[in-house]
Write a protein that binds this ligand. Structure first.
Ligand code: GLY
Length: 352
């Protein structure tokens, strides 16, 4: 068992525990301190783990959403909030989010908003949610074609990361989580070395489970220093500007797969600006092993237009990128939309 704490300025303490038997032991024990709990999940996860959760927790009210990023909407959020109100959930009660990143983001936002904030426990069931989205208190829904446009920072009271959930994870979801792990590798020399030295085991679930604590520790430390993304936490957006643009335009792949593509493209942008070419080529090679090849992508001009809407930008015409630079180093780069579009087109041509 490994435990990490995030105690950031102006936020409540968040404890992250990597351990087994979460549904049968850790979660029921944590809920004993609450008058009432409410469980939120999606229909796929509930089909796999609902019976086990109910056996462990007894008669807890439950609300499920349809699975998938397409349902990360204000409508899903409002329907959860209405179900919480109908169940009579009160300020001292607790919302449990059992699922992947979408369930965690929507549920976390509902916990932030309900009665101006109630406690939330995240039980992430995917690799991506365990190493990234359940940690750090970012919560959101998508709106008007912009990912995570409406959200709040709300640290979960507990995060319980149990590798047993990986047994039911589809291969596609494994690659999705690998996207955020490779992103951490682009920021942390230790994680990069572990990935490079084990590149033949990148899809081995027990190897990935062994990487979860180091990834959580890395992210928890970034969040501890900058919970509200005023500075350091921007590093965690590495590869994401390009990833979000392709994801919103195309949507055929998972978020983590687009993060891998975004990291590959942004490594190429870094090479053209003096980044460590040898290291960036090694990072790109790792990305390709994780991704298995770069698929056909939407036109560069369209991606640049979408990237202008990204909420990380400071103006409508300048695009802010967090790019890999050298081992364990990143840079923040601002490009105007036209230059960014030209870069995407140039890099797209390299792939033909
Ligand atoms: N997923 C990026 C962050 O939590 O800041």
């Amino acid at each position: 068992m490994r435990t990490f704490s995030v105690t950031a300025k102006n936020t409540q303490k968040s404890r992250i525990v990597c351990r087994g038997e979460v549904l049968s032991k850790a979660l029921p024990a944590a809920l004993r301190t609450y008058r009432q709990a409410f469980l939120f999940s999606d229909d796929l996860v509930w089909g796999l783990y609902g019976a086990r959760a109910m056996r462990a927790l007894g008669s807890v009210p439950v609300h499920t959403m349809s699975a998938g990023e397409a349902h990360k909407t204000p409508e899903t959020l409002l329907s959860l909030l209405a179900a919480m109100a109908q169940a009579g959930l009160h300020r001292g009660d607790c919302l449990v989010c059992l699922g992947g990143g979408v369930v965690g983001d929507v549920g976390g936002l509902a916990a932030a908003l309900y009665m101006r904030g109630i406690d939330c426990i995240q039980v992430p069931t995917t690799l991506l949610a365990q190493v990234d989205s359940s940690v750090g208190g970012k919560t959101a829904v998508d709106l008007c074609g912009v990912k995570n446009l409406v959200g709040a920072f709300h640290q979960p009271r507990w995060v319980f990361a149990d590798p047993a959930f990986f047994r039911t994870l589809p291969a596609r979801e494994v690659r999705c989580g690998l996207g955020e792990i490779v992103k951490h590798g682009a920021l942390s020399a230790d994680i990069f070395d572990a990935l490079e030295q084990n590149r033949d085991r990148l899809f081995d679930r027990s190897f990935l489970a062994s990487l979860v604590p180091a990834n959580i520790a890395f992210k928890a430390e970034v969040v501890r220093k900058d919970a509200e993304e005023t500075g350091l936490r921007k590093c965690l957006n590495l590869g994401h500007t390009t990833a979000h643009a392709f994801e919103l335009l195309d949507g055929a792949l998972s978020h983590g797969e687009y993060v891998l593509i975004g990291t590959w493209f942004e490594a190429e942008i870094a090479k053209a600006r003096g980044g460590d070419a040898d290291y960036l080529a090694r990072l790109q090679s790792l990305v390709l092993t994780a991704l298995g090849g770069i698929p056909a992508l939407p036109p560069a001009e369209e991606a640049a237009r979408i990237a202008c809407l990204d909420k990380k930008n400071v103006s409508r015409s300048d695009i802010v990128l967090t790019i890999p630079w050298a081992k364990g180093e990143y840079r923040l780069l601002t490009l105007d939309a036209a230059e960014y579009g030209r870069e995407l087109a140039r890099i797209g041509r390299l792939l033909c």
